[in-house]
Ligand binder design. Sequence first.
Ligand code: C5P
Length: 415
Amino acid sequence: MNCLSSKRILLGITGGIAAYKAAELVRRLRERGAEVRVVMTEAAQAFITPLTLQALSGQRVHTDLLDADAEAAMGHIELARWADAVLVAPATADFLARLAQGRADDLLATLCLATRVPLAVAPAMNQAMWTNPATRDNLALLARRGVQVWGPAEGAQACGETGPGRLLEPEVLLERLDGLFAGGALAGKRVLITAGPTREAIDPVRFLSNRSSGKMGYALAAAAVEAGAEVILVSGPVALDCPPGVTLLRAEDALTMYALVQERAPLADIFIATAAVADYRPRQVATAKIKKDAATTLTLELERNPDILAAVAALPGAPFCVGFAAETDDLAAHARKKRLAKGLDLVAANWVGAPGQGFDSDDNALELFWEGGQESLPEAPKTRLARELIGIIARLYQEKYPQGTPQDLHAQDSA
Ligand code: C5P
């Protein structure tokens, strides 16, 4: 898909080590036929030179709000009007804080305030700065105002630490920008998805788990990106590649998955829980490998894991919530009961034990239940089923929130 041809992209670069990736992004955008203008903060210029970006964009780079010559060439308001979309990548913690405050103390912040086109930020920072409540609050505020937050990815950081805070790769940012113009059924929507099994540790080498392959969740993530959504996939351990354009967060066990989902859910418009979360975890995780002894039995005491989906559905301003239900008998009655018990907008139920369908297979069939409606999606490859399901979710979401988002409605209710 290339919807970037002839699009005018204003790229803001702020002062982080990931600024060097912006050069590659500019090059790729131009390859796709986009026009690019670059605005750099003062700190960004300490990491990469305006000359590099000028050469790659083929345009003068804008750096100064109060430069009479630059303003004469194209004033900041004109620049804000010129763009079809504004992306700030990398966006530092400081820049996000200034944006959240609505400051206009440099050219880039002023442009972001002045523009009426879609504004996206791709954060990049040290993992502790990313998880700091001040940054979280700033991002929640920006997301409520409609700013799209792309990433960050997690992994090794330039500072030597590991965790969330890496700038998304240029090709992922490219897909996200493309998605903005694709005008799909979920264009501009933020979709959070869980997938795969969880592993509940017994000791350092053993765990309790299940047969979930993650295929349905990964197919839904790919279909949601195709429909123009910004997608975060929280995945248990699976043997699948992350679909292009999806932000992947890995969770080994249910408690980690719960924490990651709780952190991201307040910013999501739609939450789809496909993960086969272990209902129980060992109460005690042995610190050393449990040795076999003469006894012929071993008793493990288990305790309940939190229900990730029910907890999201109970949040104030909860996203549109979709759950899955694997049933062996009386599918419709059990699925309807589950929908009400967990407070879901939609439940997708499937028979388990049917040959060639369900957990580890490539095909599935689903029965969908929502308030006042139901629909059958007959057996098909999970990739096709995922597209159909995303189409139905988009339609039901639109009917429930014809204007605004779940968070907007909550903010109005509590005002
Ligand atoms: O209650 P049951 O496990 O049958 O519900 C299945 C649905 O709930 C799935 O959508 C699953 O992803 C979600 N779930 C969850 N957290 C749990 C258990 C189930 O999110 N601890």
